[in-house]
Design a protein around this ligand. Structure first.
Ligand SMILES: O[C@H]1[C@H](O)[C@@H](O)[C@H](O)[C@@H](O)[C@H]1O
Length: 569
C-alpha cells in the first residue's frame, strides 16, 4: 500500500532540478506531490521528464526532522574531531616547559614532527580509499580509529623523541583515513536536501577539535612535569575509542550495500535512516525512488566497468585510473582543486604562523598566541553555523563565490597596509588594527565557504563506484597542499609579509574565478543524479545506458504514473 500523498499542479517546474528523462506521454506539465513528510517535483516537457525529491524541509527544520541521520552524522564526525584536536593541541605541546627541557628540539625536528603527521595523513587517506570499497565504510572507520589510538598511545606514553615521532606518523595514518572516511559515510547516509548541512558537520568537528585541543593544552601547560603534555595528548584517545566501538552501531551505508548486491539489507538501513517502519518503507514512493537510483547506479557500474575477479590488483589500478578518464576528469579536478584552494587561501599559514604574523602587524607579547591561534579558530567555529544551516538553501556555489570574493579583498587589504605601514606600525596603530581586522574578516569568510564546502563537494561529485577513491584523492590533495603551505610560509614571510598576503590573496581570486566558471551546483540533487550535473559530451553514452537501466527498473514508469495521476487527496 502506498502512503497517502496529494498532488498539485505546480508552477515550480524548476524545482525539479534533475535532468530531463525520456517519457512516452505527450502531455507537458509540472507536478509537485506532497507526501506525509516529503515532496517530489516532477516536470515534463512532453517528451522527457525530470524530477527532484526531498524527505523534508531544509535548514534547521530539516535537521530537526531528520534526527536519526543527524545523530549518525554527528557521531561519524568524531573523525574530524581527532584531526582538529591534534592541530589545536600540538601548538601548545611543542612549547611546553617540560617538553622542551626533556627534548630540546631544533627547528629541523620541529618541522619533522609536523611533516611526519601530514605525510601519515596523506597515506592514510589514500589507503582508506582502497579499504572503504573493499571492506565497508564502518569497518574501515573502526580500523582507522584503532590505528589512530595506537599512534596517540605511543605519543602519550613516549619516553623518547623517536617514540613521539613514530606515534605522530602512525596517528597521522589514522587521522588521514578518518578525514576521508567520516565525510564519505556522512554523504552516503544523507537525504538529498540535507546532505550539505550534514557534511558541513565535518568542518564543525574539525574546528571544534581545534578549539578544544588548543584550550586543553593551554590549561594544562603549567601542570608539573610531563603530565602537562601527556594529559592533552592522552585525551585524544577518547573520541578515537568512542568512534572505534560506535562505528559498529551506526547503520551501514545503504549505497555500498546495494553495490554489494545486498538490496534487502540496504532497504532496512535506508528505512532506519529515513525514520520509516520497514513495512511502510517497502512501498514508500520516496524510498523506492532512492533505492532504485542506487540500484541503477550499481547496474550501470557492472555494464560500463566490468571487472575480472581473478586479477584484483589490475582492477584496483584500473579503478584509480578511471578517475583520470576523460568522462570523470572534471569531477576529479573539482575534488582536487577545492582542497587546493582551501589550503592556498592561507588558512593554515594563519593558524600555524599566526603569532609570527601578528608580530609583523606590530602586536607583541604572550597574549598574541591566545588572540591569534585561539581567536582564529573561534571565528572559524562560529562561521560554520550559517554554513550548516544554509548550505542546502543557498547552494555551494554562492557560498564559494561570496566567500572567495571577501577572502580576496581582506588579504589584499592586509597586504596593502603591511606594504604601506609595515615598517612603522607604532606610528600607525589604526592601520595595524585594520590589518588585524582583515585577518579576522578573512577567517570568517573562509569559515563559511571554503572551510566547510571543501568537505562537502568531493563527497558528492563522484558516482558510487568511484566515490571512495575520488574522496581519497581530494583528501590527499588537502594534506599535500597543507604540507606545502607549512613548508613555504616561513621563508615567504621572512622575505616579505606583504607578498605573503599578496600570494594568498591571488590564490583566493583564482578560487573566485574557478567557483564562478567551473564548479557546478550540486545542492538538492540526489547523489545518483549528480552524473547529470556533469553533462560533458563524454558522459552522453553513459547517460543513455543509465536511462535504459532506469527504465528497466521501473523508475520511469513510476514517474509517469505520478505525472498522469490527477487525484488530489
Ligand atoms: O577545513 C579544515 C579547517 O579549516 C582547519 O582549520 C584547517 O587547519 C584544515 O587544514 C582544513 O582542512
Amino acid at each position: 500500500m502506498r502512503p497517502d500523498y496529494d498532488t498539485t499542479l505546480s508552477s515550480e517546474a524548476d524545482e525539479a532540478s534533475s535532468p530531463l528523462l525520456p517519457l512516452s506521454s505527450s502531455s507537458s506539465h509540472a507536478k509537485r506531490l506532497n507526501f506525509r513528510d516529503g515532496t517530489l517535483s516532477v516536470h515534463s516537457d512532453g517528451e522527457h521528464y525530470s524530477y527532484a525529491y526531498s524527505y523534508g524541509p531544509k535548514g534547521l527544520a530539516g535537521l530537526r526532522a531528520n534526527t536519526y541521520a543527524l545523530r549518525c552524522a554527528v557521531f561519524a564526525s568524531l573523525g574530524g574531531l581527532t584531526f582538529g584536536y591534534d592541530q589545536g593541541v600540538i601548538a601548545n605541546v611543542l612549547v611546553m616547559e617540560d617538553f622542551v627541557a626533556r627534548w630540546p628540539v631544533g627547528p629541523w625536528e620541529l618541522g619533522l614532527m609536523a611533516a611526519v603527521l601530514e605525510l601519515g595523513c596523506l597515506f592514510g587517506a589514500l589507503g582508506a580509499g582502497v579499504l572503504a570499497d573493499k571492506v565497508s565504510r564502518r569497518s574501515s572507520i573502526a580500523f582507522a580509529c584503532a590505528v589512530f589510538c595506537i599512534g596517540s598511545a605511543l605519543q602519550t606514553w613516549a619516553h623518547s623523541l623517536t617514540q613521539i615521532t613514530a606515534g605522530r606518523a602512525i596517528g597521522g595514518l589514522g587521522v588521514g583515513a578518518l578525514s576521508m572516511l567520516s565525510p564519505l559515510y556522512m554523504a552516503e547516509i544523507s537525504p538529498p536536501e540535507m546532505r550539505g548541512s550534514l557534511l558541513a558537520l565535518e568542518q564543525f568537528s574539525i574546528v571544534l577539535g581545534c578549539v578544544v585541543g588548543f584550550w586543553t593544552g593551554f590549561l594544562t601547560r603549567h601542570v608539573p612535569g610531563s603530565l602537562s603534555w601527556r594529559i592533552p595528548l592522552g585525551l585524544q584517545l577518547l573520541p578515537g575509542i568512542l568512534l572505534g566501538f560506535g562505528a559498529f552501531v551506526l547503520p551501514a551505508s545503504p549505497r555500498l550495500l546495494v553495490l554489494q548486491g545486498r538490496r534487502e539489507e540496504a532497504l532496512v538501513s535506508l528505512a532506519k535512516l529515513r525514520l520509516r517502519p520497514l513495512s511502510e518503507a517497502r512501498t514508500d514512493p520516496l524510498i523506492q525512488i532512492e533505492l532504485m537510483e542506487m540500484e541503477a547506479e550499481a547496474i550501470m557500474l557492472q555494464k560500463t566497468s566490468p571487472t575480472d575477479r581473478s586479477r584484483p590488483l589490475r582492477n584496483e589500478a584500473l579503478a584509480w585510473a578511471r578517475l583520470f578518464d576523460r568522462r570523470y576528469i572534471d569531477r576529479t579536478l573539482v575534488g582536487i582543486m577545492v582542497m587546493f584552494f582551501q589550503q592556498w587561501s592561507g588558512i593554515n599559514a594563519l593558524i600555524y604562523y599566526g603569532p609570527l604574523l601578528m608580530r609583523n602587524l606590530g602586536l607583541n607579547g604572550n597574549t598574541i598566541n591566545l588572540l591569534v591561534a585561539g581567536g582564529i579558530n573561534i571565528v572559524q567555529f562560529l562561521a560554520v553555523f550559517p554554513a550548516i544551516l544554509y548550505i542546502d538553501k543557498w547552494g555551494r556555489k554562492p557560498l564559494l563565490r561570496g566567500g572567495s570574493a571577501v577572502m580576496t579583498m581582506s588579504h589584499l587589504l592586509s597586504a596593502l597596509l603591511i606594504f604601506e605601514f609595515g615598517r612603522e606600525w607604532e606610528n600607525h596603530p589604526i592601520a595595524a588594527w585594520i590589518a588585524v581586522g582583515g585577518v579576522y574578516l578573512f577567517t570568517a569568510a573562509y569559515g563559511v565557504s571554503f572551510g566547510p564546502v571543501s568537505w562537502v563537494l568531493p563527497n558528492e561529485v563522484f558516482p558510487l563506484s568511484m566515490r571512495g577513491k575520488g574522496a581519497a584523492l581530494s583528501t590527499a590533495s588537502n594534506w599535500t597542499n597543507n604540507f606545502m603551505i607549512g613548508l613555504i610560509t616561513p621563508p615567504l614571510m621572512e622575505s616579505s609579509p606583504a607578498i605573503t598576503f599578496g600570494v594568498f590573496g591571488t590564490a583566493c581570486f583564482l578560487a573566485y574565478l574557478w567557483a564562478t566558471y567551473i564548479v557546478p551546483e550540486t545542492a538538492n540533487v540526489s547523489l545518483e543524479m549528480i552524473d547529470e550535473v556533469f553533462r560533458s559530451p563524454a558522459n552522453q553514452e553513459d547517460i543513455i545506458i543509465k536511462r535504459q537501466v532506469e527504465r528497466d527498473l521501473g523508475l520511469h514508469e513510476l514517474m509517469h504514473r505520478f505525472l498522469e495521476e490527477d487525484s488530489v487527496s
